[in-house]
Each structure stands twice: as C-alpha cells, then as structure tokens.
Design a protein around this ligand. Sequence first.
Ligand code: ATP
Length: 121
Amino acid sequence: MKIEEVQSQTKKQRIATHTHIKGLGLESNGKAVPLAAGFVGQASAREASGLVVDMIRQKKMAGKALLLAGPPGTGKTALALGISQELGSKVELFSSRTYSSRPRSCLLGFGIQDLGSAHLG
Ligand SMILES: Nc1ncnc2c1ncn2[C@@H]1O[C@H](COP(=O)(O)OP(=O)(O)OP(=O)(O)O)[C@@H](O)[C@H]1O
C-alpha cells in the first residue's frame, strides 16, 4: 500500500471565499469607492488599509505589526487580502488560525516577503 502525503486544503478554502476581492477599491486620493474591487462599504477600514499600503511601500512599517480585530465575518481576512493584492504577488498571507490555537476571529496577521526589512504580523 502506497502512503502519500495529504495536502491541506485549508489555505485554498480560506482564499476561495475571497475570490471576489481584487484589491482595496480606492481612488488615487485614497478614498474608498463604495463598490469596487469586490468590496462593498467598509470605507473607513479600506481607507485605513490604504494608508498601511502606502506606509509599507515607503518602508515605514518595517518591524511594526498590524492587528485587525473584530467579530467573525466582518472582513478582516478580506482586508488583509486586499492589502496583499495592492502590494503585489510577493506577499504571503496567513491567519491566526494557522499559527495559533486562539479562538477564531481574534487575530489576523500577514507577512511581507521580499520587501527589504518590512515584516508584519
Ligand atoms: N466589505 C465587504 N465587501 C465584500 N465582501 C466582504 C466584505 N467584508 C467581508 N466580505 C466577505 O465576507 C466573507 C467573510 O469575511 P472575512 O472572512 O474576511 O471575515 P473575517 O472577519 O476575517 O472572519 P473570521 O473572523 O471568521 O475569520 C468573505 O467571503 C469576505 O470576502
């Protein structure tokens, strides 16, 4: 009998629920378009996330962390994914459910790779 490693589907399943998220849906002045890039509403959170994207691009987030907190299903993962998509393809996204035993919905972290010394989460 051949024994093969079973690949986890968790990450794929987590990302699959966010395929409609294509970015943060912000105008060039940083204001959130009400319905854009898959996002509806959450203007303040999206605009704040846009500031984070700007800070990361300016390498002002190195050594700092971003904590997204809120009840389940309120868009924390979607925002992190939107941020990662605004930054490009060299961003690794992971959630606390992957790395900690804390109850879900408490923490969400994401790491930045290949952006110099910038590292979040
Ligand atoms: N403002 C929004 N516009 C469009 N889709 C959204 C928005 N907020 C959340 N969603 C979608 O709703 C679903 C639940 O959101 P998400 O998983 O990001 O919440 P969460 O806060 O990370 O939840 P949990 O704490 O359970 O992990 C996802 O499919 C997400 O893409």
